[in-house]
Design a protein around this ligand. Structure first.
Ligand code: ADP
Ligand code: MG
Ligand code: MG
Length: 493
């Protein structure tokens, strides 16, 4: 397939001497302003290093940018309604929970709490929809396209994250690094093309709105954290922002293990930790099996779920974000059940690529056949979050052949692979030679939003900001902490 290239902000290459200077300044700016992470390879609690970043922003059309923002509240309404549709969740997950132990355990918490009676009807969603651009077919065929024009592209949904959607700080921070670099390059007149990004404030406002709804002036916000937070700056900036926006709200950070050891429910079903009542629980952990060491952590999750605290997400929302649910939503006519406005339904419908279930039925068999024939056109996904779990290319073949006729295959979904246009630029990473070489890269755009509501109504539904993650074009996945992705931000043209 012919690659389609995006125009760059300035002509490349940047002269070597200037480039070396910019890279050094950019690294220092990032470290000194908290666009940083804990290193996985040289780990120490006291050490942070800059997060990998792309030196200059990636071009995006105004139209594509506005469209991504516009989709957010529609997807949020969809997720909210699905999260409160018991029958649909059961329909989606009934086979998967039999073979996927992790999803099964989440499901049993969901069932337990619903049998017992939900103590807190209100849910807080801090969601992030992730997209990649797909080049329209006619553009691919037009080989004589002028390389300075932007190809016609449309957003395709990669996934909706309903739990622990990070980069509320690193998203805005990416813009700030690149703004600084552009100012150092005397590109002042181009700065207005970097759209404002207030994701951090928007997400924290969402938490504070939920805190207020809970109605306890002494209540605190509990952030559920991993044993080791590599993405520490992103998390801490949420905490600092909350402190700034409302100095009276106490913020706790606890692992599931600590919550298991320290938290109790009082007779009013309030979640209390060492005497503090928790109004809002914000999960930045709990989405991966390894984060539950044993019964203690599962008990902690159940305890939180049974409590009156407003959860971000509650177990409904967590389940609604499962890849399996997203696959069922992609089926013809399903989103239209939830989004009654035809125009809105069409907008999000157009953002779907084909996603197929792998149940042991005719439809599943057809999907297996498709993937075996052209594995390079698909991504095979399990019910997992956090990156690094998917299977690509020829490995899809061996994975599918192995589980061809077994129930295990129902724990996976098959998704058409998106092939985004390619941008060229410099990626700055720790421990890499300076100056960096020009790289070919592709981006994934994440839009943040806040939604608050219960089974009856949606009280607040808004889009609050964005993040752009860019990876080398040849990499399957581009997790920033994982090492192949880098912070980036859009430059509107
Ligand atoms: P996770 O919840 O683990 O982040 P994703 O569905 O986002 O799972 O997949 C992880 C990464 O895999 C994405 O960030 C993207 O880089 C890549 N990816 C996922 N789906 C597709 C797809 N359909 N086409 C191309 N790349 C994809
Ligand atoms: Mg995810
Ligand atoms: Mg993802």
């Amino acid at each position: 397939m012919d690659a389609i290239y995006l125009p760059t902000v300035v002509p490349l290459p940047i002269p070597e001497e200037e480039l070396v200077d910019l890279v050094k300044k950019g690294k220092d700016w990032a470290i000194m302003h908290g666009a940083s992470m804990r290193s996985k390879t040289k780990f120490s609690e006291d050490n942070i290093n800059f997060a990998p970043f792309v030196l200059l922003p990636s071009t995006m059309t105004q139209r594509n940018y506005r469209r991504a923002l516009e989709l957010q509240t529609i997807f949020q309404e969809l997720v909210h309604k699905v999260a409160y549709d018991h029958e649909f969740l059961e329909h989606c997950l009934s086979n998967t929970v039999k073979v996927d132990d992790f999803t099964g355990r989440l499901w049993s918490i969901y069932e337990m709490v619903h049998k017992e009676g939900v103590a807190q009807p209100i849910a807080l969603g801090l969601l992030r929809c992730d997209y990649m651009l797909e080049t329209c077919d006619k553009e691919r065929k037009n080989k004589r396209r002028n390389s300075n024009t932007y190809p016609t592209c449309e957003w395709k949904l990669v996934e909706v994250n309903t739990i622990a959607a990070g980069f509320g700080w690193l998203g805005p921070a990416s813009r700030l690094i690149q703004k600084y670099i552009m100012e150092e390059m005397n590109l002042h007149d181009k700065i207005p093309r970097l759209p404002e990004n207030n994701a951090l404030a928007g997400l924290c406002q969402g938490m504070l709105d939920a805190w207020k709804l809970y109605g306890n002036p002494k209540g605190c916000i509990l952030i559920v954290i991993e044993d080791v937070s590599y993405n520490i700056c992103d998390q801490r900036f949420h905490q600092f922002q909350l402190r700034e926006m409302n100095p009276n709200v106490k913020v706790l950070r606890k692992t599931l293990t600590q919550i298991g050891n320290e938290a109790v429910l009082n007779p009013k079903k309030e979640l209390t930790i060492n005497g503090d009542v928790v109004s809002v629980v914000y999960f930045r952990s709990g989405y991966e099996p390894v984060q539950y060491h044993g019964q203690n952590e599962w008990d902690a999750r159940l305890l939180i779920e049974r409590s009156k605290a407003i959860k971000c997400p509650n177990i409904n929302y967590h389940l609604a974000g499962c890849k399996k649910v997203q696959q069922e939503l992609a089926k013809e006519g399903v989103i239209e059940n939830y989004i009654t406005d035809e125009e809105q339904a069409k907008l999000i419908r157009d953002a779907y690529v084909g996603i197929y279930g792998l149940d042991l039925d005719e439809e599943g068999d057809r999907a297996v056949e498709l993937a075996l024939k052209q594995p390079e056109k698909y991504v095979l996904k399990p019910q997992r979050e956090g990156g690094g779990n998917n299977i690509y290319g020829t490995e899809i073949k061996s994975a599918l052949l192995e589980m061809k006729d077994s129930q295990e295959r129902t724990a996976w979904i098959l998704m058409e692979r998106i092939f985004p246009p390619i941008s060229k630029g410099y990626m700055v990473r720790p421990d890499q030679p300076v100056p960096p070489a020009i790289m070919e890269m592709v981006s994934e755009f994440g839009i943040f939003g806040v939604i608050i509501g219960d089974s009856e109504r949606i009280m607040n539904n808004e889009q609050v900001g964005h993040m752009l993650r860019t990876k080398v074009a040849t990499a399957n996945e581009g997790g920033v902490a994982a090492g192949l992705g880098a912070l980036d931000s859009p430059y509107l043209i």
